[in-house]
Ligand binder design. Structure first.
Ligand code: ZN
Length: 80
């Protein structure tokens, strides 16, 4: 039996629930912009890459996540 879950928003390993403490600090999922902002900062810090490159990587990651997949697809349809 698997006792771990993955955050549906960022993919982080969590013990229970649907979202990690960063994506849903009060049990309420933060807006996508906040999630992106936090993840970009983390990636820049960790990998030492520019914010533009980090943003592209974060979006590429988030668009696979159950919490954002449809949302991002819709956004991209509207902007193209
Ligand atoms: Zn998360």
């Amino acid at each position: 039996m698997n006792s771990y879950n993955f955050c549906e928003s960022c993919g982080m390993l969590i013990k229970s629930g649907r979202y990690c403490e960063f994506c849903a600090p009060n049990g309420q999922l933060l807006p996508l912009s906040k999630i992106i902002e936090r993840m970009v900062k983390a990636v820049v810090k960790k990998q030492g890459i520019s914010e533009d490159v980090a943003l592209q990587r974060v979006i590429a990651h988030l668009r696979k996540m159950p919490a954002w997949k449809d949302f991002i697809e819709k956004l991209e349809k509207e902007t193209t």
